[in-house]
Design a binder for this molecule. Structure first.
Ligand SMILES: Cc1cc2nc3c(=O)[nH]c(=O)nc-3n(C[C@H](O)[C@H](O)[C@H](O)COP(=O)(O)OP(=O)(O)OC[C@H]3O[C@@H](n4cnc5c(N)ncnc54)[C@H](O)[C@@H]3O)c2cc1C
Length: 344
């Protein structure tokens, strides 16, 4: 019997994969699917999420994106993938300079991306503002709905609703407790809050939706994203380390203003949720994955901004590590990059 501590997407995905391989699993969480994964937008965006000086992260992000379809198939959720593609737009000429710098970085890593003029971008997404300065199309960055996927996984696995204790740790245990892992181990995790909104995007029968694909923007040097799915449009997200767990008025104001600059008709949509979630951040933005030397438990946390994307890779590596599957050379490199002992 294996124990998974934490029922966010990382823990649920790991537990489901262990079960799918025929193992008995119990999951422990006082409040399943309630933390970072609940608030996340759900973008699977290894290319659009590339930021300068995060080189150790890129291989993890691309590997997980590649593994996603197979991972979803293994847990019986292949229909959860929303293959919408992504468009990144620039609010003004300075933002376009930044967009093109990131495009050069994407090119260096062989990522699929194409520069578009404003009118080419508006052909794909007619609701975009005529004022945008340019765009980059990223056809392979997709999305899932984390809440829907977690609800499905919660139907597959049994959760004991309680907080894990040190007595639950051991070689058969994997700790996927997000920020809560810092209560069990001495790990350098910190909450990086993100304000995020969910808007109603009603569709009259036969009419085109306001947006078809994920639109990310650089506006006045700030990032903003719009994730359309069904009758919902997710608008996010700020990034702040002020330890204020409630959504911040200034953050929501920036998001709405920046979003309206690239998609003016967003002002016509009603708001169904304003929230803030805490990303489990690490000092170098790279996750923490590996055996704890004291308890021999596997630690799997610190997925920061990319935990939805990295869930496929994390679940497979976690299930492999617990059950003693010999890592391939590539997996060894991933595990080495994420070794928590770099901070212990
Ligand atoms: C606003 C926002 C937007 C985001 N958008 C994206 C995105 O588009 N794409 C992407 O890839 N990532 C995104 N992220 C990041 C992503 O949400 C996280 O990296 C990911 O959800 C982490 O998953 P997790 O399962 O490790 O942690 P969590 O989802 O935080 O789950 C941890 C679980 O552990 C439980 N727990 C804690 N302590 C204990 C304990 N002692 N005992 C038992 N259980 C415990 C908690 O109750 C919780 O259920 C976003 C994050 C935020 C906040």
């Amino acid at each position: 019997m294996y124990t998974v501590i934490g029922a966010g997407l990382i823990g649920l995905a790991t537990a489901a994969l262990l079960q799918q391989r025929g193992h008995e699993v119990r999951v422990i969480d006082p409040d399943p699917a309630s933390q970072a994964s609940h608030f996340a937008a759900g973008m699977l965006a290894p290319t659009a999420e590339m930021q300068f000086e995060q080189d150790p992260l890129y291989p993890l992000m691309f590997a997980s994106a590649d593994e996603y379809p197979e991972f979803l198939a293994l847990i019986g959720a292949e229909d959860a993938l929303i293959a919408s593609g992504t468009l990144v737009v620039a609010g003004d000429r300075a933002d376009l300079g930044h967009l093109h710098d990131v495009f050069d970085l994407q090119q260096r890593y062989g990522a699929e991306a194409e520069k578009l003029t404003p009118s080419q971008a508006r052909k794909l997404e007619p609701a975009l503002s005529p004022g945008i300065a340019g765009a980059v199309a990223i056809p392979a960055d997709h999305q899932i709905n984390p809440r829907v996927l977690m609800a499905r996984l919660l139907q597959q696995v049994q959760v004991e609703r309680r907080k894990a204790q040190p007595g639950d740790l051991g070689p058969q245990t994997i700790v996927c407790a997000g920020l809560g892992a810092a209560e069990l181990f001495d790990l350098p995790l910190r909450p990086v809050y993100g304000d995020i909104l969910r808007l109603n995007m009603p569709r009259t029968k036969g009419a085109e939706p306001l947006l078809h694909r994920v639109v990310r923007g650089f506006v006045l040097d700030r990032p903003v994203y719009l994730v359309p799915r069904g009758d919902e449009l997710v608008l996010g997200a700020t990034s702040r380390e002020d330890r204020e767990p409630l959504p911040l008025a200034g953050g929501v104001l920036d998001l709405l203003r920046d979003a309206a600059r690239v998609l003016p008709d967003i002002q016509l949509l009603s708001i169904k949720e304003v929230a803030a979630g805490a990303r489990p951040g690490t000092p170098d933005d790279v996750p923490l994955f590996g055996r704890d030397p004291k308890t021999s438990s596997v630690i799997s946390t610190g997925y920061f901004r990319h935990g939805i994307l990295l869930a496929a890779l994390a679940a497979r590596l976690g299930a492999d590590q617990l059950t003693g599957v010999e890592p391939s050379e590539q997996d060894q490199a991933f595990i080495q990059a994420m070794n928590p002992e770099r901070f212990l």
